[in-house]
Ligand binder design. Structure first.
Ligand code: NAD
Length: 245
């Protein structure tokens, strides 16, 4: 059987849980060889064992750790053709309660994390035939929401970072951003475990349901193959129609 990612060597961050884990599973089914990173080392090892992938415990905000682990991942895979930056954290607080530690941490993980990964992988991406970068931002990159000043700033920064590197790294390397709406993962458990919250969130969107990880994985696959070969520097909302109103 041939897969859409046969022969491609891809690094995925945040792969112990949620979207990163589901993207890893889909990419493995499509024939990719994978290196999976997460700060949850035992979790990422479990996913990697299931997929015969390489696994690394790594905090994406720690530049020295990222440099070491990405070099090891590149050596294990024999090069890197693609990145998916899915690691991220969410702290929701009204601005008057948004403490400096939460602000710093969200910027460090959600924005500086992908920068660290892209920077460390760049020589290997440049050496690849056609390389791709997929960054997972959020609808919070596109529209204001209460209590998300830090998170939204980090994700809007990530979307613009992605546009700028698409310019700098083209034509050989393409970079695109996915902006998910509410997707059912650990991050949003507090919301979808509460029927009242779920109902409100579903009624808010045109497609009247919350997103599944699979909705995002298929978009990540699109951006990691030549199906999106003439697309770079874009943001794709995967949100059921949350962000366009
Ligand atoms: N779930 C949603 O509704 C939603 C919506 C929009 C955007 N997002 C974004 O999607 C991405 C994936 O989130 P998810 O919903 O799958 O959440 P999740 O909590 O299920 O998974 C996030 C993963 O990232 C890892 N991680 C966190 N900080 C890290 C760090 N410093 N270094 C390495 N790994 C780290 C966690 O250990 C976890 O495995 C995140 O960037 C998130 O901001 C989520």
């Amino acid at each position: 059987m041939t897969g859409k990612l046969d022969g491609r060597r891809i690094v995925i961050t945040g792969a112990a849980s949620g979207m990163g884990r589901d993207i890893a599973r889909l990419f493995a089914r499509e024939g990719a060889r994978l290196a999976l990173l997460d700060r949850n080392e035992s979790g990422v090892r479990e996913v990697a064992a299931e997929l015969s992938a390489a696994a690394y415990g790594c905090d994406v905000s720690n530049r020295a750790q990222v440099d070491k682990v990405v070099a090891e991942a590149g050596a294990a895979l024999g090069g890197i053709d693609g990145l998916v930056n899915a690691a991220g954290i969410l702290v929701t607080k009204q601005f008057d309660e948004l403490d400096p530690e939460s602000w710093d941490r969200m910027l460090a993980v959600n924005l500086t994390g992908p920068y660290n990964i892209c920077r460390a992988a760049l020589p290997m991406l440049r050496a690849a035939d056609k390389a791709t970068i997929v960054n997972i931002a959020s609808v919070s990159a596109l529209m204001p929401m209460a209590g998300t000043a830090g998170y939204s700033a980090s994700k809007a920064g990530l979307a613009m970072f992605t546009k700028c590197i698409a310019f700098d790294l083209g034509p050989k390397i393409r970079a695109n951003t996915i902006c998910p709406g509410v997707i059912k993962t650990e991050m949003t458990r507090y919301l979808w475990e509460n029927p009242e919250h779920t109902d409100r969130a579903e009624q808010r969107v045109a497609l009247k349901r919350l997103g599944e990880t699979d909705d995002v994985s298929r978009a990540a696959l699109f951006f990691s193959t030549e199906d999106s070969g003439f697309t770079t520097g874009t943001e794709l909302p995967v949100d059921g129609g949350f962000s366009w109103r």
